[in-house]
Design a protein around this ligand. Structure first.
Ligand code: ADP
Length: 619
């Protein structure tokens, strides 16, 4: 048994010039003793690894050399004879040296070998060895293959200020558009003449030999016959055992996609800025944590503020009382549904007392990884002028309709009087003509009512008078009225169960009548119009289906807009002002219901609207 504590052994180890290690083979291979020279070597080349770690040597070797090392240890213990081995610690901090190892068994009579002494000698590598090291380096790529596949890296080793390529991996060759033969052993500028255009970069790389400082080039544009894109390049100096920089290891990563994406983003940002400038739109951002509002220059102008920041409470304080609830309800709804909001509201300016402005703002919340909203951002537009124009127009429409209504009412009264008088005569022509006059007066009155409603709606003067009523009964009576006015069509009511809703009966009646009127207006004589009423758990859905001209899909989103009419050869021949559906939609909206259409162009349309029903209402 070897006495590891013996002073002779200690002295021997201490004074030995070369690193010496003593291994114990069993039960597992461990370093049981080493000298200062070995400790100094490992501290120098091993980086963060601990010197007493027996695994350190294998981790510095290529797979092949590791096998050789294990084999050597096995041979020593088996044949009880010394074995020498030369290996390259290529993964150490000094890959340019090789190690000559001498393994000797510690022999104790006939006992199996228990300890092995290993002495190590560092010798510089010659050019041939270097080639092998570089080859092994390329082999080592296999160890990182997973990583390389995900982020293909180009790698090369360039020797001396002429930048002679000593090693180049497949990725970098692909990028250069060269074969190994065309570049290895040849200065970069000679092998790749296209670099002439990038001399300034080459000069910076060559500088590394003087300064010793690694170089990183970001977003480097590379245009070769095989490639055109952006890269990030790292140049790392490699030193020989005399601490001289002899080579540069270059690692290149293709970041074309990232750069292009960034460029697209910047372009989109630019376009957005142009569009916002052109439309005089401002932008804002509310930080929900700090409760601060940040405004763009234009938004600051719109709000007529001296500063581009303000507290959220201060911003809320500027919103007109009448609009505050609508605005906060739409923001709450958008946050809940993770959707965008788009609202019009009035603000009271701080800069000038009693001055108000109309604004339209659209925005959206942004969430952190936990799904918590962190900020809300959007755009704001000053619509005061537009709003005032609209209000003036509304007032005008309201006034004109009202003024027209008065003579029309008296006209209807006179016609009715005449009809009454004529009943006593036999003048069938006059009776007939007066009936026609009466019909036309009714149509005219309906049109004027439409305009009057628009103006009332716009000025917020339409109020709902809600009662509980049976919607089926209402549908049936309206269908009956329409059968008289529209004998040209077959009007059917489907669904007979009593369905109570809490709504404004007259206005819901107007909506149904309007939809039936349209169904007849936009379909052929003798076609069917079906009115259905279906009840679900929390709503009733009423639909009016026709076999008419249908609506093209691109017109559907604007169908319920004020004054919108489909522009086609057929619709041009049909009278209308495009206010009916708008009024229907506004009435339904005020009932917190929904209105929509499904249509097949040339086949027919079905208009639907829903009304909420409360579970508690008894049938
Ligand atoms: P108006 O009928 O007075 O033009 P509306 O607001 O009632 O106005 O309708 C808007 C437009 O929608 C109409 O001009 C028409 O083009 C289209 N439309 C409405 N109802 C129908 C329908 N049942 N079938 C086909 N198109 C329709």
């Amino acid at each position: 048994m070897i006495d590891l504590t013996s002073s002779l052994l200690k002295a021997l180890l201490k004074h030995a010039h070369n690193p010496i290690i003593i291994f114990k083979i069993k039960p597992v291979l461990v370093v049981v003793e080493h000298n200062d020279a070995y400790q100094a070597l490992i501290a120098r080349i091993g980086g963060n690894l601990k010197f007493y770690d027996v695994d350190i040597i294998p981790t510095l070797l290529s797979d092949e050399e590791r096998d050789l090392l294990i084999n050597a240890v096995q041979q020593v213990s088996e044949f009880k004879k010394p074995v020498s081995l030369v290996i390259h610690p290529i993964y150490s901090n000094s890959p340019n040296v090789k190690w000559e190892l001498e393994f000797s068994p510690v022999l104790q009579n006939d006992h199996p070998v228990e300890y092995i002494i290993c002495s190590l000698k560092e010798v510089p590598v010659n050019e041939n060895d270097l080639e092998r090291i570089l080859f092994e380096l390329s082999e080592s790529e296999a160890r990182f293959r997973g990583f390389f596949e995900q982020a293909p890296l180009g790698m090369c080793v360039l020797r001396g200020p002429d930048l002679i390529t000593e090693y180049a991996n497949d990725n970098i060759l692909k990028l250069w558009g060269k074969t190994r033969k065309e570049v290895i052993g040849i200065p970069q500028e000679q092998a790749r003449p296209e670099l002439a255009k990038q001399r300034h970069i080459l000069n910076r790389v060559k500088e590394i030999f003087k300064t010793g400082a690694p170089l990183t080039l970001n977003e480097l544009k590379i245009s070769t016959a095989a490639f055109d894109g952006y890269f990030v390049a790292l140049y790392q100096p490699l030193k020989n055992d005399k601490n001289e920089i002899t080579r540069i290891l270059a690692i290149i990563k293709d970041i074309t996609e990232e750069v292009n994406f960034k460029k697209e983003l910047l372009k989109a940002k630019d376009i957005l800025k142009l569009a916002m400038d052109a439309s005089e739109m401002g932008s804002w951002n509310v930080d929900l944590e700090s409760k601060k509002v940040l405004l763009s220059e234009r938004a600051q102008q719109i709000y007529e503020l001296e500063n581009n920041r303000m507290g959220l409470e201060e911003a809320k304080g500027m919103i007109a009382k009448a609009d505050f609830e609508v605005l906060s309800a739409s923001i709450r709804k958008a946050l809940h549904n993770r959707s965008a909001f788009n609202v019009e509201y009035q603000i009271n300016l701080k800069s000038t007392a009693n001055k108000t402005k109309w604004l339209r703002t659209a925005g959206k919340a942004y969430y952190n990884a936990d799904g918590k909203p962190v900020y809300i951002a959007g755009a704001v537009l000053d619509i005061t002028e537009h709003k005032q124009d609209e209000l003036r127009k509304n007032d005008f429409i309201g006034m004109v309709s009202h003024e027209l209504k008065t003579p029309l009412t008296s006209l209807s009264a006179y016609v009715q009087l005449l009809q009454f008088k004529l009943k006593e005569t036999e003048n069938s022509f006059a009776i007939d003509t007066l009936d026609k006059v009466n019909l036309q007066l009714k149509r005219m009155s309906l049109m004027i009512d439409g305009f009057l409603n628009v103006s009332l709606l716009e000025s917020g003067k339409i109020l709902l008078n809600k009662t509980d009523f049976d919607v089926i009964a209402l549908i049936k009576s309206i269908a009956e009225e329409n059968r008289i006015v529209l004998p040209s069509h077959f009007i059917q009511v489907i669904g007979t169960e009593q369905t109570i809703v809490n709504a404004d009966m007259e206005k819901i009646g107007n909506v149904i009548s309007n939809l039936i009127g349209n169904a007849a207006k936009y379909s052929k004589k003798d076609s069917f119009i079906a009115i259905k009423c279906e009840k679900t758990d929390n709503e009733v859905i009423i639909s009016v289906e026709d076999e008419g001209i249908g609506i093209k899909e691109n017109n559907i989103p604007r169908l319920f807009d004020r004054f919108f009419r489909v522009d086609s050869a057929i619709t041009k021949t049909i009278a209308g002002f495009g206010v009916g559906l708008y009024i229907c939609a506004e009435i339904i909206k005020r009932h917190e219901g929904k209105i929509w259409v499904e249509s097949k162009f040339g086949k027919g349309s079905t208009f639907y609207f829903s009304l909420p029903v409360e579970q508690t209402i008894a049938p």
